[in-house]
Design a protein around this ligand. Structure first.
Ligand code: GLN
Length: 493
């Protein structure tokens, strides 16, 4: 019998509707796969087996009557950053120990309303700060991919490392993720999965643990472009509970999948050709250009001159917002409380023990750049740079470019506990060199697997679109997927 966990959302959806399989069978197959794999891969920090089975039962009743939503009976994993009522929600931080919210995030509520089944909460970098899923209080996640002939453990990328591993290793049909500077696209590229960060404002941030509120955006990680389109359609909505969420109907993204890219104008930004970029990444990019050209797209060279300022400006804006958002974790209202001799001592002890090193680094940077003497020199200037980055993209789009093609990451997945990267945080930050610009400009970006490197590890390409033009990304992303094929790791766990 076929392994039920091998089906994409689109395949499972057809089989459920045709009553060839039941939601209960599908859910049990995933729960068994998680049981067998999680001690090794560490993708889930909480498995909600009883809830999953109860939800699957309801789905089976609906499906039995020929009813049900767009995701009826589809088992999903949820990043630990989404508030899920009565269920573990800690953004993988010690400071939120024991926190089980009394409310549901809008994104997850949308998924359950469409009939999806919750398998559990997925590991992530603490408060979504990281590029390797090694800052999690729950320990690192392993990438299901390994280099040819090697048994060295690799990172899945971050911060949505649990989501990427779970999708790649078939421990859920697809997963929610979030992206502040690259946390959907970089892990997707590292695991041979598809990840899309939609336009800022497309998904509600209500009930998502905040990192940097002007950059944070929800999005899916899925096995292929069609599944990403299906999941984004259900995640996105108009929501009064988040004032930055746009009041515009959510398109049927799946309808864009398979539409021709003939005549589409694809921009190639010269500034993404970085010094010291591996030969393989350049070759992959050229391959992507050739594929889109073969599919009928027109390729044009463009310039995004402020690209080099994006990463430094991001590391001012993001920590500034984080230092403000994380001020609420003080041991008073929820989570960890470490007793002290008075309230100030309790605050200090709780934060000292509750936050990991990377969080403390960000809070210190953020507090510094927002301080009275330095606000103009750092924060205000970074905001001005942000406007210039956004304008670079606007000029390209105004000149008729429909989407921009770039590599997704400067390398393939690296080893867990890589000495070089841990010795210098800036080296870790460089992982997001191609992805942060998109967050700074509020644009949509998709990462699609495009090939394997010389060690047999997945590499991805990124497409960047106009605001609220995710459709074009699904069209062009699908053209790449058709040419590149799909990538599944060999099972060793
Ligand atoms: N790696 C980046 C950071 O650590 C981006 C993280 C994210 O997108 N959440 O800030």
């Amino acid at each position: 019998m076929t392994d039920l966990t091998s089906f994409t959302i689109a395949e499972a959806r057809e089989k459920l509707r045709a009553k060839e399989i039941t939601a209960t069978e599908l859910t049990d197959a995933y729960l068994a796969a998680i049981d067998a794999a999680n001690a090794e891969l560490n993708a889930y920090v909480a498995v909600t087996a009883d809830k999953a089975r109860a939800m699957a039962k309801v789905s089976d009743e609906r499906l039995g009557k020929g009813e049900g939503g767009a995701l009826e009976g589809i088992p999903l994993g949820v990043k630990d950053l989404y508030a899920t009522e009565g269920v573990h929600t800690q953004a993988c931080s010690h400071v939120l120990d024991g926190f089980e919210p009394r409310y549901e995030s809008t994104v997850t509520a949308n998924l359950w309303a469409d009939g999806a089944v919750m398998l559990g909460k997925l590991n992530m970098d603490e408060f979504a700060m990281g590029s390797s899923n090694e800052t999690s209080y729950y320990g690192p996640v392993k990438n299901p991919w390994r280099a040819n002939g090697s048994n060295k453990d690799l990172v899945p990328g971050g911060s949505s490392g649990g989501s990427a591993t779970a999708v790649s290793a078939h421990l859920c049909a697809a997963a929610t993720a979030s992206d502040t500077g690259g946390s959907i696209r970089q892990p997707a590229a590292f695991t041979g999965t598809v990840g899309i960060k939609p336009t800022y404002g497309r998904c509600s941030r209500f009930g998502m643990v905040a990192f940097a509120s002007s950059l944070d955006q929800a999005g899916p990680i899925a096995r292929d472009v069609r599944d990403a389109a299906i999941l984004l359609k259900s995640m996105a909505s108009v929501d009064d509970k988040d004032t930055t969420c746009v009041d515009a109907p959510v398109p049927d993204y799946e309808a864009a999948v398979g539409q021709s890219v003939k005549g589409m104008k694809i921009g190639i930004p010269a500034e993404y050709r970085m010094d010291g970029m591996p030969e393989e990444i350049e070759a992959l990019w050229q391959q992507g250009i050739a594929w889109l050209k073969d599919a009928g797209a027109e390729i044009v060279d463009i310039h995004l001159p402020h690209t080099k300022y994006a990463l430094p400006a991001y590391y001012i804006v993001a920590p500034a917002e984080a230092s403000s958002n994380l001020a609420r974790y003080d041991g008073v209202r929820y989570g960890l409380r470490v007793p002290g001799k008075d309230i100030a001592d309790m605050y200090e002890k709780t934060r000292a023990e509750g936050f990991g090193d990377e969080i403390k680094r960000r809070v210190m940077i953020g507090t510094y750049v927002l301080s009275a003497g330095y606000y103009d020199a750092y924060y205000l200037r970074a905001q001005k740079v942000r406007t210039l980055i956004k304008r670079d993209f606007e000029i390209a789009f105004d000149a008729g470019v429909d989407a921009i093609l770039t590599p997704a990451t400067p390398s393939a997945a690296f080893g867990i506990a890589d000495q070089d990267l841990h010795a210098d945080p800036v080296k870790m930050y460089l992982n997001d060199i191609f992805t942060v610009t998109v967050n700074m400009a509020g644009l949509p970006g998709i990462a699609v697997p495009a090939g394997l490197d010389h060690q047999g590890l997945p590499l991805g390409l990124q497409l960047i679109g106009k605001p609220f033009d995710e459709d074009t990304l699904f069209r062009a992303g699908y053209a790449i997927e058709q040419a590149a094929g799909r990538f599944t790791p060999e099972k060793w766990w």
